[in-house]
Structures are given as C-alpha cells and as structure tokens.
Design a protein around this ligand. Structure first.
Ligand code: GLU
Length: 437
C-alpha cells in the first residue's frame, strides 16, 4: 500500500504557520515512505472560498519546497458525494431532521438543566415529517459499535457513541458540511494517513463510523497538539501569521520548515540547510501531547544560524551578481537575512566613502596604511601584510590598529574577518578609502 497523505485546507484565507505545520508533517511523512502527498482543496463553501487563496496556498507550498503529487477539489466532486450519500440514505445511516436551531437549543438547555449530557435526541422512527420544510441530514452513529483507534500521536483512543450527537452532514439547502465529503475523499484517494490538529479528534470519532458505513477501513490518524504563541496561548498573531510576512522579514523557507518539523517533539531543532534530514527524522511517536510553542524570535535566530551554514549555489540566484561565492562565504557569518547581502556590494566595489577618522591616532593609522598599500601583493594575505606594515610604522596594535582599518575599509565597527574580506575588496577601492579620496 502506497503511503498517501493529504493536506486539506479550505481556501477561505491565507495559510498561517499552524496550517503550514500540518502540511509539512503530511509531506514529510509521505516523502519518508516514498509515498504520495496530495493537496485537497476543501472548497465546499462556495461563498467563502476564493480562487486567489487557492493560488496563494499553492505558492506557499512551493515556497516551502513541498511538492505535490496531485491536486483535488471538493467542488468538482459533488456527484460522488451525492452517490455515496444516496447509499447511506438507503441503508438508513443518514436520516432527515427537521428541528430548527432554536428548538435544538431549547432541548440542549433542558437536558443540561436535568444534569444530562446535551446529546441530540433522535426522533422515533417513522415520525411524520412537517409539511413544506426541507430537511437537513444527520449521520446515524451505531451505538453498539465501540469507537477505537490507536492514534500515532495520542496513543489508544476510545469514544462511546451513545455519548455523541449524530453529526449533521448536510444542510437543508443541500450544501455539505466537512465531515462526510472528507471521508468519501479519503476513501476514493486511498489516503493511508490523516495528519491534522487535535481539534479534529472528535470529528475522527464520528468519521471512523462513516468509513465503516461506506465499507472502508479507516486510515491511520495522527492528531497533533496545537501550536500556541510564545505566551502559551493560541494567539491572534499566530493565527494570522502568514508566509508573506515571514518572507518579508527575510525568513528562509528551510528555517521555517526546520522549526516546524521539530517543535513539540522530543528532538532538538537543528539548523539544517535542506529538507532531507527532516524527512528522515519525522516520527509521530516523538510528538508530545502538550501544545507546541512557536516563538518568532527563535525562528529569527534559527534563520541566522542556517544562513551561516548555507552554501552559495543554493542562494546564488537571490544574491546580487557582485556577491560571488568567495564574497558570500566571507559575509555570511554576519548576515541576519539574505537581503542584507546587498548592503555589502558597495563595501566590495564602491561607491563607498569612508567615515572621517575619529582622532589623530586613527588618522595616523590610515595614513600609514595608505602609504603601505600600493606595495602589497593583493593575492597573498593582504590583511596580514597591511597590518604588519602599519604596526611597524605607527606602533599601533590590537584594537587601536584593527578598528580604524576596519572602519575605513568597511564603514562598520563589526563585520566579517578582515583577513577573508580584504582580498575581496578591489585594491584601488581600498586605497581610496584609506587615503580619504
Ligand atoms: N478542511 C479541513 C480543515 O481545514 C480539513 C481537515 C482534515 O484534514 O481532515 O480543518
């Protein structure tokens, strides 16, 4: 059996980090077992689903490097849902209901006031249907069949069907609720593993009986603890934190994937530079039951660490042409985002005006450097030669030697190792900066 997973977003908004985490885990699982990863667009809600969101979902998955092996749309599959629904109707597993929301609410309150669980009360079989009212439809849970499964994250699960309300599967206007079409699709698409948030656990309990009612065995399930913000709550910010804002902040897709693959597991988050080690490491048994904390500051730090390991070829297309492999290697330990590499182009090639010397000592160091520079072989450790010459001429050493030179040559007090950097700065540029011309 080919491992087949699916990511099933509703295109009613942009993906946020929580959805993306679900997508990533489904993808990693499929790739780990050489299986298939499907994108299922859950667009049964015609009013709220928007094509622009479908495009954005595809673009976000592509940005993360999560390739898909197929895309399906629920709105193309209504005929199949209708046929399966008819079968369930014929076998009595779905039945018509006529209560208004107000009636249901009153019954709930009565049951609660009597200390009883507010479970939907079925009408007696054959009760007359009210005239002229279109029914909505519920799935009849089998009260005699225990609901059990071993969840890949949560372990053994048990639900008592008698304590559950028969779920509504179709509205009076004929539109579908999520539960039944999802099961029909999971069967038709050969889904072997459903990975989703723990907010779906009670849906799964009902859906397990739907699989049985449609003569199919259920897939394996992994219900993951939800993602919470740094403050330990389901934050608004987290719910709306989209890929656009992360991209704009200079977050690399691999940094986001590295964090989301491991958050909430007993494994450490590692600064990987490709998805391969994340594929090899995905294991639902290592996910905990406690909510996973997502911290933007942790992501930014991880991003920085990953950049410091990232090799030039992987990023070349996103770097200015002037940033060669050697220049990338020299500057990467000092970058927070890839975009910052552009700031270094002027340091290498100009135009660049050195800041004025702070005092007489600094002026003396620069003058000595400018005098020594023309005789220095730029191909053989020019930084060493330059600092030796300036030291001999002025007696400056340590910080009093290095800092004025760094400032004149790069305009900054901190930065990459000058030994790596100087040979990458054009010699005439270096001379101009030191001579102040
Ligand atoms: N469209 C559903 C959701 O976004 C899919 C849930 C599932 O994975 O089955 O919640």
């Amino acid at each position: 059996m080919t491992v087949t997973t699916r990511f099933a977003p509703s295109p009613t908004g942009h993906l946020h980090v929580g959805n993306v985490r679900t997508a990533l885990h489904n993808w990693l699982w499929a790739r780990r077992y050489g299986g298939r990863f499907l994108l299922r667009i859950d667009d049964t809600d015609r009013e709220r689903s928007k094509e622009a969101y479908v495009d954005a979902i595809r673009a976000d998955l592509a940005w993360l490097g999560l390739d898909i092996d197929g895309e399906e749309r629920q709105s193309d599959r209504f005929a199949l849902y209708e046929a399966e629904f008819d079968k369930l109707k014929a076998s009595g597993r779905v039945y018509a209901c006529y209560e208004t929301p107000e009636e249901l609410d009153i019954r709930r309150k009565i049951l609660l006031s009597r200390g009883l669980p507010p479970v939907y009360e079925r009408k007696a079989e054959g009760a007359p249907a009210p005239e002229g009212v279109a029914p909505h439809w519920r799935f009849r849970l089998d009260h005699d069949a225990q609901i059990e499964w071993t969840d890949m994250v949560r372990g053994p699960q048990h639900f008592e069907p008698k304590t559950m309300s028969d779920p509504v599967v179709r509205r009076a206007d004929g539109s579908w609720l999520y539960l039944l079409p999802s099961v029909i699709d999971d069967i038709a698409m050969g889904i072997t593993h459903v990975v989703r948030g723990e907010d779906h656990v009670s849906n799964t309990a009902a859906q397990i009986q739907m699989f049985a009612a449609l003569d199919a065995s259920p897939p394996e399930f992994a219900h993951e603890a939800l993602l919470v913000g740094n403050e330990g709550k389901l934050s608004k910010r987290l719910g709306s934190l989209g890929m656009d804002s992360l991209r704009d902040a200079g977050i690399e897709p691999i940094a986001l994937a590295a964090l989301l693959a491991r958050l909430g597991t007993s494994d450490p988050v590692e600064p990987v530079t490709s998805l391969a080690p994340l594929i090899a490491g995905i294991d639902f048994a290592r996910f905990g039951r406690a909510p996973a904390r997502f911290d933007e500051a942790e992501l930014a730090l991880l991003n920085q660490k990953i950049l410091h390991h990232s090799d030039y070829p992987a990023l070349a297309l996103r770097l200015p042409a002037a940033i060669t492999a050697a220049r990338w290697n020299a500057i990467r330990p000092n970058l927070i985002t890839v975009a910052e590499a552009a700031d270094w182009v002027a340091v290498f090639d100009g135009p660049f005006t050195a800041p004025p010397p702070a005092d007489a000592d600094e002026r003396a160091v620069r003058a000595a450097a400018a005098a020594a520079l023309p005789g220095i072989d730029w191909g053989a450790d020019p930084w060493r030669a330059l600092t030796d010459a300036v030291k001999a001429a002025t007696g400056a050493k340590g910080r009093a030697l290095f800092l004025p030179l760094r400032r004149a040559l790069t305009g900054r007090d901190h930065g990459p190792d000058m030994g790596d950097l100087l040979p990458l700065i054009a010699k005439d540029q270096a001379l101009a900066r030191l001579s102040g011309s």
